[in-house]
Design a protein around this ligand. Structure first.
Ligand code: DSN
Length: 421
């Protein structure tokens, strides 16, 4: 199929908008997308998220709605819930949160009161805004105490986390984050949560697909609540889920609706159901392991080219590069790489002396390129482009960036993206 994809009704009704969608399709096809929280969803997921389910209101839960006409919607939601429970081996799943931040807010509503102490990883250390960081509502309406990683290893110091938890006695402890290249030790967090009397929430948004595919240990035996988005490594639509033991089911459901949200986005629920079905297939296990193998291979290739990687490498889908030794600020590198057809995001690194809007690091990951079928044999080329791109960023060599862009587009043309092909 040639791009842009056919959207005849959209094209007729709003050619201006249709052109923008077409341009985005082309951009996603031509570029090497390395933002670790992004992916390509399948055509089936795209189709499910663009159906007449969009037209229906359904406040409540299956069998307990405030609106009639739920004959099909109830079945869609039950299917998504059943698939989530089966895939992750959980007793309860709520598939209604609009996205990751609202899902985490629901956790606060379920387990804490305003002003209570909560604990999470600091945002500049790799945590998430909603884990109690100051600029977020969660850091303003709750008392957020934050842990980090050790400066010498880039790894979490569990003695420090335990000490902090026992001193501060948080109601909730979050583990997980947005820039963590290493395996999360859910058992260690569970011990600390139990000792300090906290509810343990594993925010696995980044690694949900790896967990589903058996490429990262599961938090399910350890965490009271598992929070995840559905659109990152899980390769579903933009949405979220909260999963838990049965004992927390009522509190979570009540917090999502009516606590925080109105009608669920049924078209998203349907697409989540499709993505969960896809993630239950044997091929998804291969995908999850390939994501990790690619990230490890890419990390090795970057290290060989003198890049400084936080924690020295990766266990998962994500690599955090500190560009300080390259003398190129993260933002300058990210913008130059974008001009070279390599899409990354600039990111703080632990103990970053620079500001969050102009930090020292760049965050990359392998979920999208693995979805296109690139393997470990391609990671030397990817690392080489990044190396040349960062060098060109430092010297302002636009010709070098244009040359990389052409090489990237040539390789990408040979690996059509799911959803676009
Ligand atoms: N925006 C997500 C990420 O890129 O990791 C986290 O919310």
């Amino acid at each position: 199929m040639t791009l842009p994809l056919p959207h005849p009704a959209l094209q007729a009704a709003d050619p201006e908008l249709a052109a923008l969608v077409g341009a985005e399709e082309q951009l996603q096809a031509d570029t090497l997308r390395l933002i670790p929280s992004e992916n390509y969803v399948s055509r089936a997921v795209l189709e499910a998220s663009g159906t007449v389910l969009q037209n229906k209101y359904s406040e409540g839960y299956a069998g307990r709605r405030y609106y009639e006409g739920q004959q099909n919607i109830d079945q869609v939601e039950r299917l998504a819930v059943a698939r989530a429970k089966a895939l992750f081996g959980v007793e309860h799943a709520n598939v209604q949160p609009y996205s990751g931040s609202p899902a985490n807010l629901a956790v606060y509503l379920a387990f804490a009161e305003p002003g209570d102490t909560v604990m999470g990883m600091a945002l500049p250390m790799g945590g998430h805004l909603t884990h109690g960081w100051g600029v977020s509502a969660t850091g303003r309406w709750f008392r957020g105490v934050q842990y980090g990683v050790r400066q010498d290893t880039g790894l979490i110091d569990f003695d420090e986390v335990r000490e902090l938890a026992l001193k501060e006695r948080p109601k909730i402890i979050f583990c997980g984050g947005t820039a963590l290249p290493r395996t999360i030790d859910f058992a260690a967090f569970a011990d600390i949560a139990q000792e300090s009397g906290a509810v343990l929430v594993a925010d696995v948004a980044h690694i949900a697909g790896l967990i589903a595919g058996g490429a990262h240990p599961s938090p399910v035996p350890h965490a009271d609540v598992v929070s995840t988005t559905t659109h990152k490594t899980l390769r579903g639509p933009r949405g979220a889920m909260l999963m838990s033991r049965e004992e927390h089911a009522k509190a979570i459901d009540k917090a999502v609706f009516p606590g925080l949200q109105g009608g669920p986005h049924n078209q998203t629920t349907a697409a989540i159901a499709v993505a969960l079905h896809e993630a239950a297939q044997p091929s998804f296990r291969d995908y999850a392991h390939a994501v990790v193998a690619n990230a490890r291979a890419l990390a090795e290739e970057l290290l060989a080219r003198g890049f400084d990687l936080v924690s020295g490498g990766t266990d998962n889908h994500l690599i955090l590069m500190d560009l300080t030794p390259k003398n190129v600020p993260g933002k300058v590198a990210a913008k130059a790489l974008d001009r070279a057809g390599i899409v990354v995001n600039y990111n703080t690194v632990p103990y970053d002396p620079r500001k969050p809007f102009d930090p020292s690091g760049v965050r990359i990951g392998t979920p999208s390129l693995t979805s296109r079928g690139l393997g470990t044999q391609h990671m030397a080329a990817v690392a080489e482009w990044i190396d040349r791109g960062v060098t060109a960023a430092g010297t302002g060599d636009e010709d070098a960036l244009a040359a990389i862009r052409a090489e990237v587009a040539e390789l990408m043309a040979a690996f059509p993206a799911p959803g676009l092909s």
